[in-house]
Design a protein around this ligand. Structure first.
Ligand SMILES: [Zn+2]
Length: 381
């Protein structure tokens, strides 16, 4: 009965949520723009202050602050908190909003960062708002961590995420679900490498024998790297960027490749890291230098995370939702928390499509549904 009351309350928020989403989308927050990130974090903090949340802004000299908002009561303050992870940076540079303004077309609300993941910020806010306004008690404190650099590897937020996760009973990541709406208990680990090749320049016409082509060497290395992929294990290797040479009549002294690697297991991640660290040149006289590594460990489906999914699945069933379990090749901050052994469930954000693409949108009618689900989870876990 109370759950029904809560769901009805949250359904009533749909137009307020959409209005707020337009405001948040208009307040652009690219990962690399500190002033923009600072103002976005302030805006979020102000919204959560109206909920009576404790606000902690952890200053960050190189990026936006990490924002922790905590809702606790005297009754639940001795319990281990539940942690919600949201990032507030987007992949979209300032000014994107002029070319891709926020718009609602039928059941779709478009806008840069709407789906990944500003709608999630509002889902967290309105789930808590619903619980408070209906007069229900949270069984444990809820901490929502809004971080500033997920889209560029979480370099400045990782420590804070891990610190919070270790103190928490569970972690819910508010990244979008799979295209079919499934929640995620596994993600691939993500590695990034830069391979630099140093050869020797020479005149390509008059003295080619004095040169050592870094480009020829890189061509060999690229084919070798492709072979490190393992289809059966799901390990992928993508040489996504190459650079090299100066002119067509100069034997190239320099060439470079940027490589993305994904793996389901720590063993596979290690295999690639070891191989990358011991690459041998094919052409005599060439020097190879490799930088980088795995910046997100694989999010392995642990028993704790599987149990968490099953609990959430049952909560979903009470609301008439048939929730499925899924996995993805993309990484998230859930990779860090799962690697610590903390029960982690990802994909609790909004339904939609087009993350990092110009057709990025959320599904409007699902917004209150998934918000209602989140609220029920917070009440029951
Ligand atoms: Zn995201």
């Amino acid at each position: 009965m109370t759950l029904e009351k809560l769901q009805t309350k949250i359904k009533g928020y749909q137009s307020s949520m959409l209005e707020a989403l337009e405001q948040l989308v208009n307040l652009e927050s690219p990962s690399t723009d500190k002033p923009a990130l600072d103002s976005y974090a302030q805006k979020l903090a102000a919204r959560f202050e109206t909920l009576g949340a404790e606000i902690t802004l952890i200053p960050n000299p190189t990026s936006g602050p990490q924002l922790a908002t905590t809702l606790r009561t005297p009754q639940n303050s001795s319990k281990k908190p539940g942690l919600l992870l949201c990032h507030y940076d987007t992949v979209w540079p300032l000014g994107t909003i002029e070319q891709q303004p926020f718009r609602v077309d039928g059941n779709k609300a478009y806008g840069p960062g709407a789906y990944d993941m500003k709608a999630s910020h509002l889902m967290a806010e309105f789930a808590l708002r619903g619980i408070t306004e209906v007069g229900l008690q949270l069984p444990r404190p809820i901490v929502i961590l809004f971080t500033s650099d997920e889209e560029i590897g979480s370099l400045t937020s990782r420590g804070i995420i891990e610190e919070h996760a270790l103190q928490s009973k569970y972690v819910l990541v508010l990244e979008p679900p799979t295209a079919e709406g499934a929640l995620k208990t596994a993600r691939k680990g993500v590695g990034n490498f830069i391979l630099q090749v140093k050869g020797r320049a020479a005149h390509a016409g008059s003295q080619p024998e004095l040169g050592i082509s870094a480009i020829n060497e890189l061509a060999h290395q690229i084919l070798y790297l492709q072979n490190l992929a393992d289809h059966e294990q799901g390990t992928t290797v993508n040489v996504g960027v190459i650079k090299g040479g100066t002119r067509s009549n100069v034997i190239a002294a320099r060439a470079e490749a940027i490589i993305d690697v994904r793996a389901w297991t720590q063993q596979e991640a290690k295999r690639i890291e070891n191989t990358m660290g011991s690459l041998q040149p094919v052409s005599p006289g060439v020097e190879l230098e490799v930088q980088g590594g795995f910046n997100r460990p694989p999010m392995i489906r642990s028993e704790a995370s599987a149990d968490l999914f099953h609990e959430v699945q049952q909560i979903g069933a009470k609301l008439g939702l048939d929730l499925q379990e899924g996995s993805t090749g993309g990484g998230s901050d859930g990779n860090f928390t799962a690697a610590l052994g903390v029960a982690t469930l990802d994909g609790l954000g909004a339904m939609g499509d087009g993350a990092h693409a110009s057709h990025e949108h959320i599904l409007v009618s699902d917004l209150p549904v998934r918000t209602g689900l989140l609220a029920a989870i917070l009440l029951e876990l």
